[in-house]
Design a protein around this ligand. Sequence first.
Ligand code: GDP
Ligand code: MG
Ligand code: K
Length: 296
Amino acid sequence: MTDIQYHCGFVAIVGRPNVGKSTLMNHLIGQKVSITSKKAQTTRHRVTGIHTENNAQFIFVDTPGFQTFHKGALNETLNKSVKDSLGNVDCVLFVLEAMRFTGADREVMALLPKRKPVILVVNKLDKAKDRDALQAFIAEVQAEFAFAGVEVVSAKHGQRLSELLEQVRPHLPESMPLYPEDMVTDKSERFLAAEIVREKLFRYLGEELPYEMNVEVEMFEMDGELRRIHIGVLVDKENQKPIVIGRGGEKLKKISTEARIDMEKLFDGKVFLQVWVKVKSGWADDVRFLREFGLD
Ligand code: GDP
Ligand code: MG
Ligand code: K
């Protein structure tokens, strides 16, 4: 018998697009690991974030299956993907936006497991000014599902997140940590670098985003403490290049500068980043933007 009880387990964060799942996970683990955007559909991979404190390790799982919700009805693939991601977790966080309970929220709700603890997370507390209305809203949602707990938070402003973790902790099995205590993700820096560039492309291209587009890490090298990263954005057709590059190179410059800043925060070190756009088949006239650190 030991006197310290350690808890460790898997937590899924589910909800329709834009309720703030990625923001929540990023804040919980204290670093930018998942990818957030005003547009849905940016989380293309299942991203795991890890947070360890006070003898508990929370392993967060994002659920990419929800990305197709904007197209409307549930389909079988989505159903399966959601069930897969909920099949192996110990606790589920069902995220809603305060004062908004839509058809898409109800579709997600219909997939929640009945035999696992599900905690209702009412996010965007900062947007809900009327307390009585908020209480009524929570009661309305609770009437439709037997939640194991409720927490009102602001993912963006980091409000009431430790209270949320305290609600999750007792639902995690008693177990020693599965990952080192200082680890926040099991993704490689290479993978994360590509995800960051992908996020910026989504954010800045919006509706113009080419349907066929790949982001490839062509080089990732340590040069002392400096990371040298080359990333290629591959489009299908020549006429898609200017869309990504923008007039006078403005768009690509913004994308690569912001990506570099995010990478430096995430990797906690200087980054030399080159991002260029090319057509999948050809070599000719690649447009390069050298972003020297400190020279922007
Ligand atoms: P996801 O699609 O569920 O992963 O949602 P995101 O995490 O990408 O967030 C969608 C949008 O909601 C982003 O613009 C966030 O900045 C915003 N957001 C997230 N949490 C909050 C919050 O607590 N308050 C407010 N006002 N906005 C938030
Ligand atoms: Mg997301
Ligand atoms: K943390």
